[in-house]
Design a protein around this ligand. Structure first.
Ligand code: SAH
Length: 328
């Protein structure tokens, strides 16, 4: 396959609204208040990692990660930000006395010039369902252009997990709604109503399988092409309940020094992503083996969105479900 450049992946995706969305303090407020998220970066940017190092912060937002690095002795930090939140970042960096250590660079990572190679790249690029927003492409671009051969990237791995879910309440609610729409019976279109992946907190009591680690991305070495990935999975149902769909979440490691997880019952702003089947696998039961394939790629229509195909089957009960989802 021909190597595609990150700029190709994001070509046409840089509509104003993406940068607009990060201009509002509200989104940064939500991220900063996500303590598990922010503290996992704080724990990673300790003196033993950053002291005397040159650091590049891809998408610095309010500058929080740059300041963790500066406070712990980084020699210099380049903080790149495209959205207008960079104005607030400049004030915050000055207010905290780091304007000599942190150089704030205004612009798109793909378009600015960093004056030297760096020892560390740090970025909080993860989106819903891990890959939503496709910001990882910008981090890979920065890595290939500016990271020294022996440099490190934080986080250094990202893994995706899935588990089966049984959520009868949701199904009953759906059935109730479509069987009486302002007094009319719409139940015949229940299965036609497209269900987009639902980003929400998925209580662990809804899980009816053990979670499976589906894929791990090695962020130091992976290519942009791998953002379009297809992975098989297999899990075993552990209760006699209908299978409503799957729950997906991710985790990240930081050189084994820190760990960030978005698993059920953790409270991060990423929540979990649930993919419901149009029709649940009603006679699923304990011991049933579900085999499946998950294919996720930046959407052709808009590369910051995702097209996902999920195939699931239970051979013993001759059940299959093949469904396409769009995240936008
Ligand atoms: N690092 C901050 C913000 C993370 S959100 C924190 O941890 O709180 C991601 C930020 O990256 C957003 O502010 C977004 O505007 C910026 N960003 C995304 N892609 C970028 C790119 N290619 N060039 C510059 N900034 C980018």
């Amino acid at each position: 396959m021909e190597e595609c450049k990150p700029t190709d992946i994001l070509a046409g995706a840089d509509s104003e609204y993406y940068w607009e969305s990060y201009s509002h303090p509200g989104i940064h407020d939500e991220m900063l208040k996500d303590r598990h998220r922010t503290l996992s970066y704080k724990r990673a940017l300790v003196p033993s990692v950053v002291k005397d190092k040159i650091v590049l912060d891809v998408g610095c937002g309010t500058g929080i990660l740059s300041m963790f690095a500066a406070r712990n002795g980084a020699k210099h930090v380049y903080a790149v930000e495209m959205s207008s939140v960079r104005k607030q970042a400049a004030e915050i960096i000055k207010l905290n006395g780091y304007e000599n250590v942190i150089t704030l660079i205004q612009g798109k990572m793909e378009e600015v010039e960093i004056p030297e190679k760096v020892d560390i790249i740090v970025s909080e690029w993860m989106g819903y369902n891990l890959m939503f927003e496709s910001m990882l492409a910008s981090v890979i671009y920065a890595r290939d252009k500016y990271l020294k051969d022996d440099g490190i990237i934080l986080p250094d791995t990202a893994s995706i997990y899935i588990a089966g879910i049984s959520d009868e309440e949701l199904l009953q609610e759906k059935e109730r709604f479509w069987s009486n729409v302002y007094g009319f019976d719409f139940s015949c279109i229940l299965s036609d109503v497209t269900v987009d992946p639902l980003v929400d907190y998925c209580d662990s009591r809804y899980l009816c399988t053990a979670p499976i680690k589906m894929i791990t991305f090695d962020l130091r070495h992976m290519s942009v092409n791998q953002m379009d990935f297809t992975v098989p999975f297999e899990f075993v149902i552990n209760r006699d309940v209908p299978l409503s769909g799957i729950c997906l979440y991710f985790d990240c490691t930081f050189l084994k020094k820190s760990y960030l997880t978005t698993k059920p019952d953790t409270n991060t702003h990423w929540k979990q992503t649930c993919f419901y089947f149009d029709l649940p696998f009603d006679n699923a039961g304990s011991g049933d083996i579900i085999k499946g394939v998950y294919h996720c790629k930046p959407a052709a229509s808009h590369p910051r969105h995702l097209d996902i195909e999920l195939k699931c089957s239970c051979e013993a009960k001759q059940w299959t479900n093949d469904q396409v989802y769009h995240m936008n």
